[in-house]
Design a protein around this ligand. Structure first.
Ligand code: 5GP
Ligand code: ZN
Length: 135
């Protein structure tokens, strides 16, 4: 049995504020919210990253993320969203169970965009990087 904290939430061994559930996915409010209504959406199968999802599971999960965004839109009426996931510790992932973060955004909330996550483009030019993909 998985000992990960999100699997414990799925098994209801740890409580959460659930805002959506179907047979494959669960969405609940983040315990340390970075935005009003900060929500995480997780697959019920324990996988660490998107690379372990089947094509079908990936499609279903994306549909569930959009369903949850719609629910948040109805209840909290945000002005926008940031949606994404931290992939591996280098990308900021702490809980090793795949989860999408949904940050509802509000005019004047003081937050940034995806671009504020990192500004470290490295030494190679964009043209040099593009050439690597031609090999
Ligand atoms: P990560 O950095 O792995 O992408 O983010 C994990 C997120 O899970 C964090 O935002 C953290 O606040 C949230 N989290 C960790 N443990 C719990 C918990 O027990 N309950 C809830 N609701 N959120 C949690
Ligand atoms: Zn898990």
């Amino acid at each position: 049995m998985e000992t990960c904290i999100f699997c414990k939430i799925i098994r209801e061994e740890i409580p959460c504020h659930k805002i959506y559930e179907d047979k494959d996915s669960l969405a609940f409010l983040d315990i340390k919210p970075h935005a009003l209504g900060h929500t995480v959406v997780i697959p019920k199968n324990h996988v660490e990253t998107v690379f372990e999802l089947s094509e079908w599971e990936a499609q279903e999960l994306m549909i569930d993320v959009i369903t949850v965004m719609n629910r948040i839109k109805t209840v909290l009426a945000p002005d926008g969203f940031n949606v994404g996931w931290n992939h591996h510790p280098a990308g900021g992932q702490v809980v090793p169970h795949l989860h999408f973060h949904i940050f509802p955004r509000y005019e004047g909330d003081g937050g940034g965009s995806m671009h504020s996550i990192i500004k470290s483009p490295g030494e190679k030019s964009v043209t040099e990087i593009a050439a690597l993909f031609q090999k």
